[in-house]
Write a protein that binds this ligand. Structure first.
Ligand code: ZN
Length: 264
């Protein structure tokens, strides 16, 4: 019964969202997929809410591009061109299956609006290179960079067992991979400062190699001058978990320091 009402409410939301999309399309004069779709919040993940609340087939209805993780963390999610991968802590990469679930993910249909020329001898310099060029700090952007990257340091957090440790604790046991001259795609997002607590303010990038044999969450990299494609996503849709540990989590704290420790 409750579920039926939930579905009706969701359907109503979808109708509203479609109207918003159509009106946005009217403004820009093009068919618009510029919705950033997010499952749960980054602070919930930091608070060890790792229950998978949406399966991959459901997530793929909302995007062909994105990043996230899986039930119990279990590695890193990378989605590009409609193919979603799981980079595991043992260093392997596999295609996800429809029934795998995610506790936290951000996806969109990637349609580039801007091309920027970026470079950086490390991640901080790459971010500065973006910072100097993005039209506004106050927008969400999906970011894709294809190329051969001289150096990428990537990580994957192993699968966690209940009772789940905090993400900061789980990430202490992460696997770190150093890749040289890797041909692949960098997939991720820039989220504005005001999204603190909801997503990762600033840049959050994952890697998938072209041979689909390596990937993970990017901790550092070296990038020669190359083109980055950005998809401006002014619409934001967030699905909060109605099951699992989310409802009982304490999400009142400022977890900026813990996020910094986990993501960098
Ligand atoms: Zn990540």
């Amino acid at each position: 019964m409750g579920e039926t009402i939930g579905k009706i409410a969701l359907a109503a939301c979808q109708v509203i969202m479609i109207q918003v999309l159509l009106s946005a399309g009217a403004v820009t004069g093009e068919e618009d997929h510029d919705v950033l779709y997010q499952v749960s919040t980054i602070d919930a993940l930091l608070e060890s809410v790792y229950d998978g609340v949406m399966n991959m087939s459901g997530l793929l209805e909302h995007g062909d591009f994105g990043i996230g993780c899986f039930e119990g963390i279990d590695g890193e999610m990378i989605g590009v061109d409609g193919e979603f991968y799981q980079a595991l802590a043992d260093g392997s990469v596999r295609l996800v299956s429809d029934n795998q679930t995610t506790p936290f993910a951000t996806v969109t249909f990637f349609e580039p609006d801007l091309n920027l020329t970026v470079e950086g001898d490390n991640l901080t310099l790459l971010e500065s290179s973006f910072e100097a060029q993005i039209p506004s700090d106050n927008m969400f952007y999906a970011i894709r960079i294809d190329g051969v990257f001289p150096y990428v340091k990537a990580r994957a957090i192993p699968k966690q067992e209940k009772p789940y440790p905090r993400l900061a604790e789980a990430s202490a046991n992460q696997s770190v991979f150093e890749l040289y001259n890797v041909s692949g795609s960098i997939v991720g997002f820039y989220s504005p400062p005001f999204s603190k607590g909801v997503n990762v303010p600033g840049y959050h990038l994952h890697l998938i190699s072209d041979d689909r044999k390596a990937g993970g969450h990017i901790l550092d990299l070296r990038l020669n001058q190359t083109t980055a494609s950005l998809d401006v996503t002014p619409e934001f849709f967030m699905l909060l978990p109605t099951e699992g540990a989310f409802a009982g989590a304490n999400l009142t704290k400022d977890l900026s320091a813990e996020l910094e420790q986990v993501e960098k």
